[in-house]
Ligand binder design. Sequence first.
Ligand SMILES: O=C(O)c1ccccc1N[C@@H]1O[C@H](COP(=O)(O)O)[C@@H](O)[C@H]1O
Length: 223
Amino acid sequence: MSLLVKICGLSTPETLETALGAGADMVGFVFFPPSPRHLSLELGRDLGRQVQRRALKVALTVDADDATLDNIMDALSPDIFQLHGKESVARLRDIKHRFGRPVMKAVPVATSADLAVLPGYAAVADRILFDARAPKDATRPGGLGEPFDWHLLENLDLKLPYMVSGGLHADNLAEALRVTRAGGVDVSSGVESAPGLKDPEMIKAFIRAARASKDASQESSVR
Ligand SMILES: O=C(O)c1ccccc1N[C@@H]1O[C@H](COP(=O)(O)O)[C@@H](O)[C@H]1O
């Protein structure tokens, strides 16, 4: 299985083009007003059109209601919903049923106790995204550039694809993959020069490093 690389929080045609040109598998669009990466529906529509099936479009939402998701569906027509709030298992089921799209549930991790939710979500979600648990006073539940202790996933036995995120960048993603054995990586802050400002060179370096880390792990497994 090839490694999935998701570049999240894209908000300009130029940086989206960079991510697509460099071979991102998933491009993430944030619909959460407190985020510095929040998109209007109009911009989401334009950026969504630009993708032209070169990558999967991911709509990131946080405890969004049906009306908000209807609008995002109409504007972006995402391939996947990334649910990054406190959505319940029942809510995931409703969203899947209403929109007919796969859902990726973000699970915040700070201690091993945070993994207790997995059996519930695994019964409904299509993919799990492990992210660092945000501090209680944070203005958003993710996109803070902070990693979690990847060793908490070392003995994970999850019969569902999963990705890892939280404070990843070109220089630490290989180690995150080695420890977690995740099938994908997701980044936002680690390819930015300031919150919400994507840096084309950092995007390219991240994707290059992700591809190289996969090559390296395949080489070591045949030795
Ligand atoms: O990017 C945001 O602003 C954001 C807002 C609300 C929830 C999640 C958000 N981003 C996601 O958080 C993780 C980690 O990001 P980072 O690389 O540490 O900045 C990633 O999955 C983003 O998609």
